[in-house]
Design a binder for this molecule. Structure first.
Ligand code: Z5A
Length: 217
């Protein structure tokens, strides 16, 4: 974990397809910057030139033959690069890192979705990532609603083409992880209007910022 005394923090956004992460992240970045904080915005898989190349391999619909273990290792490879190339330097520089997904996604998608043992993912998390978010937002909404929102975007990628059952398992896993670690997670009802969702996230973030300034003062 990054230290509570560090000026910056790692904040991740998680949720199923079409949950509204990109929409909310834009509002969060604007809020942090308007508070005079420096922001490093990243996404997973991707976020570095090497990570973006790995993302291509992961999401191409033609790569139907990718097995679950390869999928997990590629997610972790992209993350290992992102942590070392961007996240750790940004945190060391006092920046606030806003991540569109982080390791919780591997537990939800490759763990619950694909059935990979969570102990194995935890071991890779320790070795390849080595850090966890200080604060995580789960944008939670019924799977069918998220898929409907995402369906307006054209042809689905390889993971978006999964079954409803797959995405239900992913949603359950996220909700369980949030329930198990309530100090780190904030669960937001993402079925509300976009401005209401953003306001809920900003309020929770403002409280987090205030708690950190108390700790460091
Ligand atoms: N993955 C994995 O398996 N394992 C891992 O370890 C990691 C990732 C890190 C990344 O794809 C895929 O990789 C993802 C998980 C997997 N696969 N799936 N499925 P991605 O980055 O391309 O996709 P995503 O992360 O799922 O994001 P997304 O589908 O682009 O959704 P979003 O960013 O959460 O939503 P959005 O783009 O902000 O909004 C979607 C649409 O809904 C858009 O038209 C908005 O205008 C609209 N919207 C947003 N909010 C609202 C509200 N509140 N009401 C109504 N409409 C809204």
């Amino acid at each position: 974990m990054t230290s509570l005394n560090a000026r910056g923090a790692l904040i991740s956004f998680e949720g199923g397809e079409g949950a509204g992460k990109s929409t909310v992240i834009a509002a969060v970045v604007a809020m942090l910057q308007s508070n005079g904080l420096r922001v490093c915005q990243v996404r997973e898989p991707g976020g570095t030139p090497i990570g973006e190349a790995i993302r291509e391999v992961l999401l191409k619909p033609e790569h139907r033959g990718l097995c679950a273990e390869t999928e997990l290792l590629l997610m972790m490879a992209s993350r290992a690069q992102l942590v070392r190339e961007r996240i750790l330097p940004a945190l060391a520089n006092g920046e606030w890192v806003v991540a569109d997904r982080f390791t919780d996604a591997s537990f939800a998608y490759q763990g619950s979705g694909r059935g990979i043992d969570s102990g194995c993912i935890a071991e890779l998390e320790r070795w390849a990532a080595g850090i966890q978010p200080d604060l995580s937002f789960l944008l939670d909404l019924p799977v069918a609603d998220g898929l409907k929102r995402a369906s307006g975007r054209g042809a689905p990628d390889r993971i978006e083409s999964e079954s409803l059952h797959f995405f239900e398992r992913v949603r359950d896993a996220y909700r369980q992880r949030a329930a198990q670690e309530p100090i780190r997670w904030r669960v937001i009802d993402a079925s509300q209007a976009a401005d209401v969702v953003a306001a809920g996230v900003i309020a929770a973030l403002a409280a987090f910022l205030a708690s950190r300034s108390e700790v460091s003062s």
